[in-house]
Ligand binder design. Structure first.
Ligand SMILES: Cc1ncc(COP(=O)(O)O)c(C=O)c1O
Length: 392
């Protein structure tokens, strides 16, 4: 008996694999510092937890509407207007079990066999796999550290063919921390209009920024009718386990994802949805302490990275990852081990100094390493000291 051939090309994300290996080493009694993690190290704020407790007492225990409770859709509409200057109607909003499901639904609904999707490198691990699972073809667009890991409209256009159907990117970007400027996004919006492309804009890190606000591409008239804006509660509200994501999209796409979802998961978790209403309606100042902590850590990481001569680093403008180019270590031998690529380096750092990171190869860029700073300043300082000492 054999499994579906689709499964053959699926691997668990490297981020999860590294986190698992780090956990095992920790269980064996090693002092592991886990910086492979892709989630805030904060607990969900109390005012959101209270809302969930109330929802339990109020018996929100039944199946929820497929696309989300009307009150949550209204809160999402207010959020899009307040933070992104985008106007959506309830029929354009679909709530799902995490932004990951929102992305999966979207690609399942828009792609036919052979349709191409432009994905700038580095990209979040899951994009390429979801596109392939949806019978599409990921078309990877190379960027460089000098370009701040961003793909310009001009660069994207070079890889457009008659089969190109869509474009996906995250801003702020996981893993690079890059944030596209308003001008850059406007050029991409015009490009998408010119070539009739659908844009999938993953904005899950929008509130975790260290300077300029992240702009939503759907706020440009050229993009509005062709953009699926993906967001969720995981990062900004430290609610990764609650599993609430959502899209704002053209009605025909929203409707299709609702139909798909009705046959796959039904509506998202009822208690988490009620808590999400409270979270989204809260003033952003209530959760800003997390952004302030991330910014302090980012500054610490930049200082510590400067002490590691084999790192070349761009300052992250958002998200909570440092993404150094580590190619200066390739071909060198440390503690008797020769490093050929970023996979080797990530494994070396875990085995030798018990610091877990993720190889850039997981994000399509194998000369880089992703180091999460969703950890305490003490842990970060210690981890960066260990890395520096291991790489002399
Ligand atoms: C860029 C990006 N998009 C989407 C997600 C998925 O978020 P969720 O927890 O809502 O599924 C993640 C999570 O790591 C992410 O980094």
């Amino acid at each position: 008996m054999v499994l579906s051939s689709k499964l053959e090309m699926l691997q668990p994300p490297a981020t999860i694999a590294m986190t698992q290996k780090a956990r095992e080493l920790k269980q064996q009694g090693n002092d592991v510092i886990s910086l492979s993690i892709g989630e805030p190290d904060f607990d969900t704020p109390d005012f959101i937890k209270e809302a969930a407790k109330q929802a339990i007492d109020q018996n929100f225990s039944h199946y929820s509407p497929i696309a989300g409770y009307p009150e949550l859709k209204e809160a999402i509409i207010r959020k899009f207007k307040r933070d992104n200057q985008i106007d959506y109607k309830p029929s354009q909003i679909v709530v799902s079990t995490g932004a990951k499901q929102s992305l999966y639904n979207t690609f399942q609904c828009i792609l036919n066999e052979g349709d191409e999707v432009l994905i700038p490198i580095p990209y979040w691990v899951t994009y390429a796999d979801i596109v392939t699972l949806s019978d599409g073809v990921p078309v990877l667009v190379q960027t460089t550290l000098e370009e701040d890991f961003k793909a310009s409209a001009e660069k994207l256009e070079k890889q457009i063919t008659s089969k190109t159907k869509a474009l996906i990117f995250s801003s702020p970007c996981n893993p690079s921390g890059s944030v596209y400027s308003s001008e850059e996004l406007h050029e991409i919006a015009k490009l998408a209009q010119k070539h009739n492309l659908i844009i999938i804009s993953d904005e899950i890190y929008e509130h975790i920024v260290y300077g300029e606000k992240a702009v939503s591409i759907a706020s440009f008239p050229e993009a509005y009718d062709r953009t699926v804006t993906v967001n969720g509660l995981s990062k900004a509200y430290a609610m990764t386990g609650w599993r609430i994501g959502y899209i704002g999209a053209p009605e025909w796409i929203a409707k299709a994802t609702e139909t798909l979802q009705s046959q796959v998961t039904s509506g998202a978790n009822s208690i988490a949805q009620r808590a999400a209403i409270t979270a989204l309606d809260a003033d952003l100042s209530k959760t800003h302490y997390m952004v302030e902590a991330f910014e302090k850590r980012k500054n610490l990481m930049m200082r510590k990275a400067a002490e590691i001569s084999v790192f070349r680093v761009n300052e992250p403008k958002g998200a909570f990852y440092l993404f150094p180019d580590v190619s200066a270590t390739f071909g060198k031998t440390y503690r008797g081990k020769t490093i050929q690529n970023a996979d080797d380096l990530a494994m070396f750092l875990l085995d030798e100094v018990f610091v877990s990171t993720v190889s850039g190869s997981a994000f399509g860029m194998d000369n880089c390493l992703r180091i999460s700073f969703a950890a305490s300043e003490e842990q970060l300082e210690e981890a960066m000291n260990r890395i520096r000492e291991a790489l002399v």
